[in-house]
Design a protein around this ligand. Structure first.
Ligand code: ASP
Length: 315
């Protein structure tokens, strides 16, 4: 097989054209296209799917527009705690980190966990210690700061002083108004190997060390050459409960569904049934790509060796 494919997302949610300026739209398109082009080049030169998804995520994490790496949202305590995961469909190897701070590219740390830790999932201070030991690049708090995220957080931080209900309500409003902003990539390389990666700052005003679906293998991220590579974005709690990414794989493996049918079942039926707003991107080992969401929009893009090259935001 010689064809190859890369797909990326930059989060899903209530993303409406009327809330967007032409400049901002353009900036999102550019960011997504840049991630597509860099990972396309990796695949074109015969690079692996795992290297392609990692390359895409480094670009998206470095882009302030997205809620991952630089530009991550603020926790209740006013800091940024990031989660990321990567999985190789060729051998089911995987690495993930949660609640890490000051790591410039969380996806690099997740990859390091996959390759050099003998573990799959590291969290908090321990994960940060591992980053230091492995020489992963760290940055000061200021590097991650964006006034847009700070204002978002300030808008609901204060409301928390009143009551829990109010907080939940406020948070819901915020999540409805704004998008989620996680980034993800899935790829199929020339050799028919597939991979998935996801990275996020999680949810604004999160507390108690809350972790979403993004770094959880099977929930927000999954890859298996026999079925699919999936990266999710949306209301993480529901994606965890639905074991969303792995469910797509199961529907393909045990029920013989196509990638598209399986993803539609999970996103438009199973997640909708539990009010799980969001979407996912997927590829199979033949290089087919599918991008689906049940929210108003999802920042997304796909490029393949047959000439497809497309970025989009709305339905
Ligand atoms: N799924 C992420 C989380 O719940 C949020 C997102 O997709 O933007 O942490």
């Amino acid at each position: 097989m010689d064809n190859f494919t890369i797909a990326v997302h930059g989060g899903a949610g209530t993303i409406l054209k009327e809330d967007m300026t032409t400049e901002l739209e353009l900036a999102y398109f550019e960011g997504l296209q840049q991630a597509l082009d860099i990972s396309y080049a990796v695949l074109e030169q015969g690079g692996s799917a795992i290297n392609a998804v990692k390359a895409a995520l480094v670009i998206l994490e470095d882009n302030m527009l997205f809620n991952a790496g630089r530009g991550s949202v603020f926790t209740k305590k006013g800091v940024q705690e990031m989660d990321a995961a990567i999985m190789n469909g060729k051998d089911l190897s995987a690495g993930a980190v949660a609640g890490i701070r000051n790591v410039r590219n969380p996806i690099e740390l997740a990859t390091e966990v996959m390759l050099n830790s003998n573990h799959v999932f590291l969290s908090g201070k321990g994960a940060n210690d591992f980053a230091i030991k492995q020489g992963i690049k760290l940055e000061p708090d200021e590097f991650f700061f964006s006034s847009f995220r700070y204002d978002q957080w300030k808008a609901i931080r204060d409301s928390d002083n009143y009551s829990l209900d109010h907080t939940n309500h406020q948070l819901e409003e915020l999540m409805r108004d704004k998008k989620f902003g996680t980034v993800g990539a899935v790829a199929c390389d020339k050799y028919g190997n597939i991979a998935a990666a996801t990275s996020t700052g999680g949810m604004t005003n999160k507390k108690y060390g809350r972790i979403g679906d993004s770094p959880m293998i099977g929930a927000g991220t999954y890859a298996n050459n026999l079925t699919c590579a999936i990266s999710c974005t949306g209301h993480g709690e529901m994606f965890i409960r639905a074991v969303a990414a792995y469910d797509v794989s199961c529907l393909m493996e045990y029920k013989g569904l196509s990638l598209e049918a399986a993803m539609n079942t999970v996103v438009h039926e199973k997640l909708v049934a539990i009010e799980g707003e969001g979407g996912m991107i997927g590829v199979d080992a033949k290089g087919n790509a599918v991008l689906v969401f049940n929210s108003a929009g999802m920042y997304r893009g796909v490029r393949d060796s047959k000439g497809l090259n497309n970025v989009a935001i709305y339905k």
